[in-house]
Design a protein around this ligand. Structure first.
Ligand code: SAM
Length: 280
């Protein structure tokens, strides 16, 4: 019997449903229910919240979220082999777990959710960063979610919370810190997962700010920052040549020297540049 609910231990679930991890789906499962409950607690007070979980797999984190009091969990899972295991959890928590089979990059979950909404996920790295960028760059703000609690490779987690002047500073740091508070709340060694991945992981918790720290259009800021860091060693006047024909004037209007490199430029200055580019 597990410690947090009356369902079988996750190792038994995996054996019963023959859920051998598939590399192609980035499957590294968390089987320790104390650990998944701890991750769920990092998501904040879940009572009264709908939680969107991407990639529930055999359901370790799902069980953590439900046992920690989530009003409802909407879970989107690409691997149909996981559905019977998730159906058992839905039976144990009547009316509180809805599972959608599909690719989280293709599905709009909003119609199935009622605010307040929190997001929690242990996802493959490439899907996680793609979704993070989408969650951070809707046209209007605040977004539909209050917080995001996401597992990343540790190196990616450091990129999200990085400061200007550091090697890890780039597009992820700027987009995350522009509209959210971002913090690393938990570090996990490879052995926390089955099978263990090659690298360590970390959980990042992001809380949506009521409004962005500085005004800018999300699409323009995203474009400027992507171009600036695509060629991060180049001076900005060269890296941003394709963004606007008179980019030197735009940089100066934003108070940035055209000879500076992206790594040195603060969030506030990038937002000023996005405004100057949009005004062109
Ligand atoms: N949350 C589970 C846990 O912590 O044990 C599983 C984590 S495993 C790292 C990632 C999960 O995401 C797998 O179950 C995988 O099938 C699922 N997945 C991968 N790509 C996905 C996608 N595009 N959309 C939805 N789920 C996806």
């Amino acid at each position: 019997m597990s410690t947090i609910d009356n369902l079988p231990p996750l190792r038994d679930v995996i054996n019963t449903h023959d859920l051998r991890a598939r590399k192609s789906l980035g499957q590294n499962f968390l089987l320790d229910l104390n650990l998944t409950a701890k991750i769920a607690r990092q998501a904040g007070d879940l009572t009264g919240c709908d939680v969107l979980e991407i990639g529930p797999g055999p359901g370790g984190l799902t069980r953590g979220l439900l046992s920690e009091g989530a009003r409802r969990v909407l879970a989107i899972e690409k691997d149909p082999r996981c559905l019977p295991a998730l159906a058992e959890i839905a039976d144990a928590y009547p009316g509180r777990l809805q599972v959608i089979e599909g690719d989280a990059l293709e599905i709009d979950p909003l119609q199935h959710l009622t605010p307040p909404i929190r997001v929690a996920a242990n996802l493959p790295y490439n899907v996680g960063t793609e979704l993070l960028v989408r969650w951070l760059t809707p046209k209007d703000w605040p977004p539909y979610w209050q917080s995001l609690t996401l597992m990343f490779q540790r190196e990616v987690a450091h990129r999200i919370v990085a400061e200007p002047g550091s090697k890890a500073y780039g597009r992820l740091a700027l987009l995350a810190q522009w509209r959210a508070d971002a913090q690393i709340v938990l570090n996990l060694p490879p052995e926390a997962f089955t099978p263990p991945p090659k690298v360590s992981s970390a959980v990042v918790h992001l809380t949506a700010l009521p409004q962005p720290r500085f005004p800018a259009d999300a699409a323009v800021l995203n474009r400027v920052v992507a171009a600036a860091f695509n060629q991060r060693r180049k001076m900005l006047r060269a890296a941003l040549k394709g963004v606007a024909p008179d980019i030197e004037d735009r940089l100066l209007a934003a108070g940035i020297q055209p000879t500076e490199r992206a790594e040195q430029v603060s969030l506030e200055a990038f937002c000023a540049l996005a405004r100057a580019v949009a005004a062109a």
